[in-house]
Design a protein around this ligand. Structure first.
Ligand SMILES: *[C@@H]1O[C@H](CO)[C@@H](O)[C@H](O)[C@H]1NC(C)=O
Ligand SMILES: *[C@@H]1O[C@H](CO)[C@@H](O)[C@H](O)[C@H]1NC(C)=O
Length: 196
């Protein structure tokens, strides 16, 4: 009986340590999963939608992001490229009741809540695209309260609007040149063999 009681106390201490009222820890950067004492996320679709200010982006040009839905208290917000789990780009001054979280070696790589005060659709996050990304998606974990949260809340995909076409033309021209050179080498080798 004592052992059970002791176990319960330990569990409660662990739970309170693991619930992070002052923001997600860096250990959550990759899977974005809250360790809320074994509480599971709610199934998607979440009642939240991430709205970026644009469907395209350019290096260095700020994009604002809003999470619409019911008021929320906890958040972890990152920008990702494709299925890569690296947080990319740089977040600007966090809105009230939120703060930076260092992810992927970037002090401003993610945003999380600073307290459990209400955040809502007037909470606006600002993100600066990095130099090398083609597609970007915003990914969030949103918590209404400690035991009610959703992971994998995704925005639609944003595409880079800079020099996409000419880059593609350049790289296909490069491919043609490369394969022509390769063919030339193969032909030269064959010719040499036949001469010898
Ligand atoms: C969002 O929350 C803030 C702070 O609680 C509040 O002042 C503001 O009126 C709310 N905005 C909306 C649109 O609910
Ligand atoms: C923001 O939230 C408030 C209160 O929940 C709602 O009345 C309003 O329509 C929302 N605004 C937008 C732009 O979604």
């Amino acid at each position: 009986m004592d052992a059970v009681f002791f176990g319960v106390v330990i569990l409660q201490v662990l739970t309170s340590v693991l619930s992070f009222p002052s923001g997600a820890p860096t250990s959550a950067c990759v899977d974005m999963m809250p360790r809320h004492g074994g509480v599971q996320p709610k199934p998607n679709p979440a009642p939240y939608t991430i709205y970026p200010s644009s469907t395209t982006f350019q290096t260095g040009k700020p994009i604002t992001v809003v999470i619409k839905g019911p008021d929320y208290s906890g958040v972890l917000l990152e920008a990702r490229s494709g299925s890569d789990s690296k947080a990319i780009g740089t977040w600007q001054t966090p809105p009230t009741n939120t703060k930076f979280l260092a992810c992927s070696g970037n002090q401003q790589g993610a945003i999380t809540h600073a307290n459990t005060n209400i955040k809502n659709n007037s909470t606006v996050y600002t993100w600066i695209p990095p130099a090398t990304a083609k597609n970007v998606v915003f990914k969030a974990t949103v918590a209404q309260q400690r035991t009610v949260f959703w992971v994998d809340v995704m925005s639609s995909t944003l595409t880079s609007s800079e020099g996409g076409t000419s880059l593609d033309v350049y790289s296909s021209a490069e491919r043609i040149v490369t394969s022509s050179l390769l063919l030339l080498v193969v032909l030269l080798v064959i010719v040499r063999y036949q001469v010898a």
